[in-house]
Design a binder for this molecule. Structure first.
Ligand code: SF4
Length: 236
């Protein structure tokens, strides 16, 4: 039923622009039931700015995995200050991190795909699940052209893993459009983007990419493209 509804919603939204999609989302689900989970990357900053510019008072939070780069904390501060808004910090369960690191080592993600996925599960997926409990819709900055795993992305999808509708207002945007929006609206952005990092996650699992290379090649560079998701955005 929810999958069917998501397809209907996508059809209704058709050619609506991102601000209209956000306004629809808030009206349909209620501001208190809508959240934005932000990575503080360029596209998520576009979404945060759109929420602020449209006065959509939905809860905004980020997952503090404990392994984020300093530049990500810097952009959190800048964004809080520019838009006078709160960005909640959601942390992983301390006992689960302690048990994982003590049994598998602090760098388990480099040793096997299973270890990498376990780390993402403990530091990202479980905290997100906890924070999304009770929400009806989750607004994301995903774009179709970001990765092979995102090519079929719809504006509204039912996310069965977390039991919420996942809304992607800029699904059909290009990278160029996102950056034009950021520059023309003075949106704060992560300074690592200026140093060759198109996609930014945990410091230990992200590196700069050469100009012209696929944006995801800097994430989990030791894995194949089909495996490069942290478990937050499973395909429906
Ligand atoms: Fe762990 Fe790396 Fe996933 Fe961050 S991106 S949660 S450090 S495996």
């Amino acid at each position: 039923m929810s999958v069917y509804l998501a397809a209907q919603y996508t059809e209704i939204l058709g050619s609506k622009n991102p601000s209209e999609v956000i306004a629809w989302c808030v009206a349909e689900f209620g501001a208190e039931k809508v959240v934005q989970a932000t990575s503080l990357g360029a596209e998520d900053q576009v979404i945060t700015a759109l929420l602020a510019l449209n006065g959509a008072s939905v809860g905004i939070f980020t997952l503090d995995t404990g392994r984020l780069p300093q530049e990500t904390y810097d952009v959190i501060e800048e964004t809080r200050s520019k838009y006078s808004m709160e960005i909640g910090m959601v942390f992983p369960d301390a006992g689960a991190v302690e048990a994982m690191v003590n049994s598998r080592g602090p760098n388990l993600f480099y040793n096997s795909i299973e270890g990498r996925k376990l780390c993402c599960q403990v530091r990202k997926v479980e905290p997100l699940k906890r924070r999304l409990a009770g929400a009806r819709a989750w607004i994301c900055g995903l774009r179709r052209e970001q990765a092979v795993t995102r090519a079929g992305l719809k504006v509204v999808e039912w996310d069965g893993q977390f039991g919420v509708f996942k809304i992607s207002p800029i699904a059909d945007w290009t990278e160029k459009q996102a950056w034009e929006f950021i520059k023309s609206n003075g949106v704060p952005y992560n300074r690592l983007h200026d140093r060759g990092y198109p996609s930014i996650g945990c410091a230990c699992c992200t590196r700069a990419v050469e100009p012209g290379k696929d944006v995801r090649t800097g994430r989990w560079w030791w894995e194949t493209p089909e495996q490069k998701e942290c478990g937050l955005h499973r395909q429906p």
